[in-house]
Design a protein around this ligand. Structure first.
Ligand SMILES: Nc1ncnc2c1ncn2[C@@H]1O[C@H](COP(=O)(O)OP(=O)(O)OP(=O)(O)O)[C@@H](O)[C@H]1O
Length: 458
């Protein structure tokens, strides 16, 4: 694009009557949330917010002049975190740096599966492969999504065909880059099924690093009971939890979309392991997100026009070790159930509140709808005097999210709680059983939690 954008709305009226413009090609929850806000669509350059494709950033962003108030939903070099190979490269580099500084935090950087980039690291991979003769491995093309091109293997001979393909040949300039990863073969299972978790974090600045974490998120379940037997390796509907893959399964549940909310997962786990264990697990997820962001903080091209709504994919194993699988710069905003649509429209509305094109924020907010400010140069944690939890992930989203999605910035309190008792009675009323289709059923027993002075689920 050679033409500079026009200034947003010439002869701008007073803010009360100001019309806000958006530009986007997306026709999903993004469009819905923007329309509900009362903003007008434009295909010109007079947008206040451009919710754009990642490619636009490399093809257009550098060649145009933006007015101070225009905002775009990506950072210029977002791929440093959002391409599978670059993410691991940056995590490894950051870990080395911390080790050099003898910073004990270096030990915490062990939350990604052993990964090699192919074809470049093939020889290194083979050496490592030999050390783990019983492991499964997963091969993933870095440039594709929705589980496309992914396969599992256990023996090198199983990748001979892939290796002989011209796309693999390192001499070929169009060779497709893959990552090969040690497969996490002992995922934590619910009702015998594997799942991964999608979490949302909004970064409004890399300097100072300013991060808002959304309390909700969801688990994407496999529709087939899990087995780590080698005979099941070809069964993608068992091993890959992407919705696009699951939809192909005969046992896919279109009513629930094979999903649980994060809050349901938290309550389910608390009913089995108690509050403290589950809080530690959820706090680890939050810290994993922060560590990923720290790893790229110094290389991201900070720009006041840019923000990023990341979709983090994490999973944890049967000893509650958390892994990051991938970070998405364009997390899907399509919805496969009404609950999913409500979550995504609410999340986007809150994100627009925080990005604050309309100038409604005070600047001292620590919560906006479902988002909690978790880092602004320094960590920001729930108040330990008023909250049972060290992270609000999976906690209730207070009612004012409804007002927020109708274009009002939510309240500024921090430190919510999941209302265990209320959730339990709701679940008991609905008579649901543990299973993916319904809400989780809880153990019959409860215990008094002395800190909260109320019944929590065990
Ligand atoms: N190392 C691993 N161990 C176990 N399971 C894995 C591993 N890597 C990926 N998976 C499974 O495969 C799925 C797809 O992996 P990944 O998210 O990396 O691929 P993708 O095609 O880029 O997906 P997306 O559409 O989310 O971008 C994950 O959701 C997870 O269920």
């Amino acid at each position: 694009m050679s033409k500079p954008p026009s200034q947003p709305v010439q002869g701008k009226p007073s803010s009360a009557a100001r019309v806000f413009y958006f530009r986007t090609t997306f026709r999903n929850a993004i469009y819905e949330a923007l329309k509900r806000r009362g903003w007008k669509e434009t295909d010109g350059d007079n947008w206040d917010l451009h919710w754009t494709e990642r490619e636009w950033m490399s093809e257009v962003f550098d060649s145009i002049h933006l007015s101070p108030t225009q905002r775009v939903n990506h950072f210029r070099n977002q791929r440093e975190l959002c391409r599978k190979d670059l993410m691991v490269k940056n995590l490894k580099r950051h870990k080395r740096q911390l080790q050099k500084e003898q910073n004990p935090e270096a030990d915490a950087y062990s939350f990604w599966p052993l990964t090699y980039v192919l074809p470049g690291d093939y020889a290194l991979f083979v050496e490592e492969f030999k050390k783990y003769p019983t492991s499964f491995w997963i091969m993933k093309p870095v440039g594709r999504a929705q589980g496309k091109g992914i396969f599992l293997f256990k023996q090198l001979k199983e990748i001979a065909k892939w290796k002989s393909d011209s796309r693999y040949n390192a001499e070929n300039k169009d060779a497709e880059t893959y990552v090969v990863q040690r497969y996490i073969s002992n995922p934590y299972l619910v009702a015998g099924r594997k799942f991964d978790i999608r979490l949302y974090a909004l970064v409004t600045s890399y300097n100072p690093l300013t991060v808002w974490l959304h309390r909700s998120g969801f688990c994407r379940f496999s529709s087939t009971r899990y087995s780590n037997s080698a005979t099941t390796m070809q069964d993608t509907t068992m091993h890959l939890t992407n919705v696009a893959i699951q939809k192909k399964s005969d046992t896919y549940d279109s009513e629930t979309g094979g999903k649980w909310s994060l809050r349901d997962l938290k309550l389910y786990l608390m009913s089995r392991y108690g509050v403290a264990v589950v809080d530690r697990l959820f706090n680890e997820m939050e810290m994993t997100i922060m560590r990923c962001l720290f790893s790229v903080q110094n290389i991201m091209m900070n720009d006041k026009h840019c923000f990023e709504l990341y979709g983090f994919d994490v999973l944890f194993d049967d000893s509650f070790k958390v892994y990051v699988i991938e970070v998405n710069a364009s997390p899907s905003m399509s919805a496969n159930t009404k609950e999913d649509m409500d979550l995504k429209v609410g999340l986007l509305s809150n994100a627009f509140d925080i990005v604050d094109i309309e100038g409604k924020m005070q600047g001292n907010e620590t919560r906006v709808g479902g988002f909690d400010l978790i880092h602004k140069g320094i960590p920001i944690k729930p108040n330990s005097a008023t909250s049972l939890y060290t992270t609000n992930l999976g906690c209730d989203i207070p009612d004012d999210i409804v007002r927020s999605s109708e274009n009002t910035v939510g309240s500024t309190t921090n430190g919510g709680t999941p209302k265990e008792g209320e959730e339990k009675s709701k679940s008991s009323r609905s008579g649901s059983k543990a299973g993916i289709a319904g809400r989780p059923a809880f153990g019959a027993g409860g215990r008094s939690d002395s800190r909260a002075g109320r019944k929590t689920l065990t």
